[in-house]
Design a protein around this ligand. Structure first.
Ligand SMILES: [Mg+2]
Length: 315
């Protein structure tokens, strides 16, 4: 049986690995990835360096540190934490960069989520970083989890779809921590629970589509053209779920497949990695991935330490 702490470690390292693996092919289609690389199963050197993660992991770490500091999700501290860790070379979108820079200068975290778009962003920036909330709030009622997710992302994401995507990703991660025997994970039950958690029409529709994709054994390539694989939360979160429900038995493969879907590959990889790690812990991670994760400040060893401290928190 996988211990509680190792699931936290697996989920945060899974986030990091999916992010690193997907980053160099971000924006490629699935076909372009196959043509150029076959499948992306090793880290590819990029302009950022070798084994370097992007904004997905950096914000996940910032959120985990804030939860450790406060013992819960505190929206003001989360915002401060994201701004503190922000580094422009980590591949942040322009909107997120502007918000994080303004937070650094003292902008009000309750206002910044609408500073770029009046309705807020419907992209996946909330979902990509939400694993720590899913892990810590795994036993909470849906409404409490939803509130914690909202508090964790409100400084950047207030659009109902941006929020719903993050809530579903957090729920998926939390549910995975509770599967005692990984061989008994049931994708159908998992999707039913998530359907009931979803509050927006678009996510309810996408989860129904995932059920059909499984039922009818629709191949990945066609499934992705149904779901989409872009930066919208309503596209990339369902993609990450698809990789998990289809390939959960082989965690390494699940992340490789998630990246192979194309589109917003680092984020789809990161979100599948978070889900899969919460199910399998960290023991499955191959050495050629583990050894090559960047390991300076807030690198691999710090992530393991942070995950361990996070696993001690009870909310
Ligand atoms: Mg990224």
């Amino acid at each position: 049986m996988i211990d509680h702490k190792d699931r936290f470690i697996g989920s945060l390292l899974g986030t990091c690995i999916g992010d690193i693996l997907g980053a160099p092919v971000e924006g490629y289609s699935g076909d372009e990835i196959s043509a150029s690389f076959g499948q992306v199963d090793r880290f590819i050197p990029s302009s950022r360096g070798y084994g370097c993660y992007t904004d997905d992991t950096q914000m996940t770490i910032a959120l985990a540190l804030s939860i450790i500091r406060c013992g819960e999700v505190d929206p003001e501290d989360c915002a401060r934490s994201y701004a503190q860790l922000y580094e422009s070379g980590r591949g942040y979108g322009w909107g997120a960069s502007l918000i994080l820079k303004s937070l650094k200068k003292g902008a009000d975290y309750r206002q910044t989520g609408r500073s770029q778009f009046r309705q807020g962003s419907f992209a996946n920036g909330g979902a990509m970083r939400i694993a720590p909330v899913g892990l810590v709030y795994r036993d909470k009622e849906d409404n409490d989890l939803r509130r914690a997710v909202y508090n964790a992302i409100m400084c950047t994401h207030v659009h109902p779809e941006g929020i719903d995507g993050a809530v579903l990703q957090a729920s998926a991660v939390g549910l995975m921590t509770k599967i005692e025997d990984k061989h008994r994970f049931d994708p159908e039950v998992f999707l039913k629970v998530l359907f009931n958690v979803a509050q927006t029409e678009v996510f309810k529709t996408r989860i129904k589509a995932l059920e059909e994709i499984l039922d009818l054994s629709i191949p990945d390539r066609d499934a992705i053209s149904i779901l989409g694989n872009g930066v919208k939360a309503s596209q990339s979160v369902p993609c990450a779920l698809l990789a998990t429900i289809r390939y959960y038995k082989r965690p390494e493969d699940a992340i490789i497949k998630a990246v192979g879907f194309g589109g917003d590959t680092d984020t789809i990889g990161a979100m599948t990695g978070a889900q899969i790690g919460a199910l399998h812990g960290s023991g499955w991670i191959p050495a050629h991935w583990f050894d090559n994760i960047e390991n300076n400040k807030y690198g691999r060893d710090d992530i393991i330490n942070i995950a361990g401290r996070l696993s001690d928190i009870t909310v």
